[in-house]
Design a protein around this ligand. Structure first.
Ligand code: CAA
Length: 338
């Protein structure tokens, strides 16, 4: 398949890499030459890692399927376009208007937005019936989940096509049948983030992350994950979702954003990353699992009750999208919250 990925940042280059591994030809576009170069270097680094681990054979062959471009007109013959630019509604809207004027009206256009409404974004394209959400998780090459989101105008055949495309790259698609803010995984994750931020009144960053890592056995602490996915990204998302009635406010996030402490990518966020991944130690004092997870569990129940995804899908989505050992409903049963 000929695929265009718009934006070579953390998500864009990772998505391009995954599709290239599975034999697709990729146009990787970024407006900024430096970002494109950085994205390509990250792809090479990642492919070499995968080769070391015996997961792929030929780095050069895969890499040669990726064509870096800095003129959007070059994507004209793409069969699928995936947008992965920063989480700013106006920016995404203008990209879709431009893309839609270049590709055929039969081209499938997808957004990798983690939270913005698909149906609102679809208003910018000529053919909204062929517009959908394909939401990957960071890092796309390692995380098995992709949320496939149906906008109000997405044709059912297009939604099913999205599910098939995800299966062809050996990822697990989770069908998100209603276009709700934050979809499934982030709706739940935002509740974990807001609970963690609220708990900062009584506990330190390390104490909260110690609970996440050593008791709940998450692969990363909650604040570590905020740094990893980007303080800037999370702050921008929090503003966009707030405008649409979903409150994910965290004063500390705003403070870090304003100081330019964007997390892993700049070496500082909640943690200091200048010497690599933070070493989170197990602390004596920590909040209870209920304090961190209760709101997230209620959110998961809401998703099922509103027919967004089934209980099994939501449970699996939290395991695969966040790398948790247990799904949100497994925790709910253990904590007798449900
Ligand atoms: N490509 C190839 N290899 C990679 C890689 C990449 N992009 N990223 C990491 N690796 C490698 C590491 O280099 C390391 O290799 P070595 O064993 O040779 O050192 C190996 O993978 C394991 O990495 P780590 O030892 O650093 O740590 P880990 O075992 O914890 O695994 C992880 C890393 C897969 C990222 C894991 O920590 C994890 O699952 N974290 C949670 C991530 C998560 O929740 N993602 C979703 C966030 S929400 C989101 O993305 C949505 C949104 O919209 C914001």
């Amino acid at each position: 398949m000929k695929i265009a990925v718009i934006g070579a940042g953390v998500m864009g280059h990772g998505i391009a890499e995954v599709f290239a591994i599975y034999g697709n030809s990729i146009y990787l576009y970024d407006k900024y030459p430096e970002a494109l170069k950085k994205g390509l270097n990250s792809i090479l680094w990642s492919l070499q890692k995968l080769k070391e681990k015996g997961k792929i054979e030929d780095v050069d062959k895969i890499y040669s399927r990726i064509f870096p471009i800095n003129d959007l007109q070059d994507i004209e013959d793409s069969e699928l376009v995936i947008e992965a630019v920063p989480e700013n509604f106006d920016l995404k809207s203008s990209i879709f208007k431009e893309v839609s004027g270049i590709v055929s009206k039969d081209t499938l256009i997808a957004t990798n937005t983690s939270s913005l409404p698909i149906s609102e974004l679809a208003k910018n394209v000529v053919n909204p019936s062929r517009f959908l959400g394909l939401h990957f998780f960071n890092p796309p090459v390692l995380m098995k989940l992709v949320e496939v989101i149906k906008g109000n105008e997405t044709d059912t055949s297009v939604f099913n096509e999205g599910i098939e495309i995800v299966k062809r790259i050996e990822k697990i698609p989770i069908p998100v049948r209603k276009d709700v803010i934050g979809f499934v995984v982030n709706r739940i994750l935002f509740r974990v983030f807001t609970s963690a931020c609220r708990l900062l009144n009584k506990y330190t960053v390390e104490e909260i992350d110690s609970l996440a890592k050593y008791v709940l056995e998450f692969p990363m602490g909650v604040f570590e994950l905020l740094d990893y996915t980007g303080i800037d990204t999370n702050y921008l998302i929090s503003n966009e979702v707030k405008k649409r009635g979903f409150d994910f406010t965290c004063n500390k996030l705003k403070e870090l954003y304003e100081k330019g402490f964007y997390g892993t990518k700049v070496g500082k966020g909640f943690y200091d990353w200048s010497k690599g991944r933070p070493n989170i130690t197990k602390t004596e004092k920590m909040p209870s699992p209920e304090q961190l997870l209760k709101d997230a569990i209620n959110e998961a129940i809401w998703l099922v009750e509103n027919g967004v995804s089934t209980e099994d899908e939501v449970n699996l989505a939290t395991k695969l999208g966040l790398g948790w050992k247990k799904g949100i409903f497994d925790y709910a049963r253990e904590l007798s919250i449900k």
